[in-house]
Write a protein that binds this ligand. Structure first.
Ligand code: KE4
Length: 428
């Protein structure tokens, strides 16, 4: 067993000063047992812990590191921007440039407001939907996670699901009385909800490809069906593409499925690893935002020059390198290898993937919604996680998270990962 003395000492002190020793719950390894390692540095497809251990990283800081960690172009952009100052609270040219890149990539976004996290983006988008439609209700889906917005922490995914509290304490019942929660991939349930509340639903918010209870895909026709019934009712269709935006394709999941949502939430990749969120959509909706309209939304560090510079560098590199073709090639290699390793080990693993997002569920059944994902063998997943960690492979420390590839993952990295998986699966 490799020493993790420095991580253990840091975690002991962290536990004294930070709740659970972490600043975001999913990092605490509560779903898989043991203690988290502390990272010293990261570069490309690798992270190194404070005890000197090297890992091939498939968390990629939960999505932002699509080009790999410490990408030279992003580092240079941040350094250059920092020379001019780290924050202004005054409009700056970089905000306009990032806004232009986002609008050019996603035609459904005529205007965009930049903020500081995915949570801010989704919180603001539902407030905007309510202000624009003058309606109160919001439809969300079991297992989808939209950040820790009070009214959306209902049957939420990601860390909430991992910790077994899909509904958070501290959220008054009155805050969620307007939140309707439905199963994903069930168009009839959505039709019935709108029929039961005609003209009351401000918005239907979803992850078009849910990545917060593992990874599953919309069934053929589902997204189109949602768009059709939302439009007929006058409810806004809100795509939470915080994870999928610029990850699955340059134009996000909406470009793959050919759907133009009324509003889109973004984050992660568009910040190049620095704190950025964004929400955007049709001009007539976005112009309801202050200072033009009555829906208030604000942020001291919104449009922060360092975050803008990092995001612009990331998007320009992504577009120039056409990284998506490489990410798909690596994704296919990983998928084929993982499936073969599971077959050889005679372990039931359902490996699901879209582009550079994936999940290995420990079940032999298809996973199309949260209720299917919950059938996965979490004890087996925990053993697999630690087996991979021992082999120097860091996968997400929860069955209910997606894994991420970066453009820095090489064919040799994937081969090494498959070899490690064969050993980890054999030990189950
Ligand atoms: P943030 O507030 O964490 O920047 O974004 C919230 C959010 C919104 N929408 C989607 C689709 C998301 O995936 C997220 C955040 N994703 C998780 C990973 N499952 C962040 C990891 C964490 O909570 O530490």
């Amino acid at each position: 067993m490799i020493s993790r003395a420095r991580s253990e000492a840091l975690f002991a002190e962290a536990l004294e000063r930070i709740p659970g020793g972490v600043n975001s719950p999913v990092r605490a390894f509560r779903a898989v047992g043991g203690q988290p390692f502390f990272v010293d540095r990261a570069r490309g497809a690798r992270v190194w812990d404070v005890d000197g251990r090297e890992y091939i990283d498939y968390v990629c800081t939960w999505g932002p590191a699509i080009l790999g960690h410490a990408h030279p172009g992003i580092i240079r952009a941040i350094q250059q921007a920092a020379e001019h100052g780290t924050s202004f609270g005054i409009p700056n040219p970089l905000e306009v440039k990032l806004a232009r890149l986002i609008c050019e990539a996603m035609p459904s976004i005529e205007k965009v407001r930049l903020c500081n996290s995915g949570t801010e983006a989704t919180m603001s988008a539902i407030r905007l939907a309510r202000g624009f439609t003058r309606r109160d209700k919001i439809i969300k889906f079991e297992g989808c996670y939209h950040g820790h917005v009070d009214s959306l922490l209902v049957k939420a995914g990601s860390g909430a699901l991992t910790l077994g509290h899909p509904d958070s304490a501290g959220v008054p019942a009155s805050f969620v009385e307007h939140t309707l929660v439905l199963p994903f991939n069930d168009l009839e349930a959505a039709q019935a909800a709108l029929a039961a509340h005609p003209g009351e639903v401000a918005g239907i918010i979803l992850e078009p490809v849910p990545g917060n209870s593992g990874l599953y895909l919309p069934q053929p026709g589902y997204l189109e069906g949602l768009q059709k019934i939302a439009s007929a009712d006058g409810a806004l269709l809100i795509f939470d593409e915080v994870m999928t935006g610029f990850r699955l394709a340059w134009g996000g999941a909406q470009s793959i499925f050919g759907i133009e949502p009324d509003l889109t939430c973004l984050g992660k990749v568009i910040g190049g690893g620095l704190p950025v969120g964004a929400f955007g959509g049709r001009r007539e909706i976005m112009d309801c935002l202050a200072p033009l309209g009555p829906v208030y939304q604000a942020g001291t560090l919104s449009g922060n020059p360092l975050a803008m510079a990092a995001g612009i560098a990331a998007l320009e590199e992504l577009r120039a390198a056409d990284a998506y073709r490489q990410l798909e090639t690596r994704g296919q290699q990983l998928e084929e290898g993982m499936r073969a390793a599971a077959r050889r080990a005679s372990v039931p693993v359902r490996f699901q993937r879209m582009g550079s997002m994936f999940c290995a569920y420990f079940t032999d059944q298809p996973v199309d919604r949260l209720s299917d994902a919950l059938k996965s063998d979490r004890a087996r997943f925990a053993k697999y996680f630690h087996g991979m960690l021992e082999e120097g492979i860091y996968v997400a420390p929860s069955q209910f998270e997606a894994g991420f590839l970066s453009a820095a993952h090489t064919e040799a990295d994937i081969d090494a990962t498959i070899r490690a998986a064969a050993k980890a699966l054999a030990g189950l």
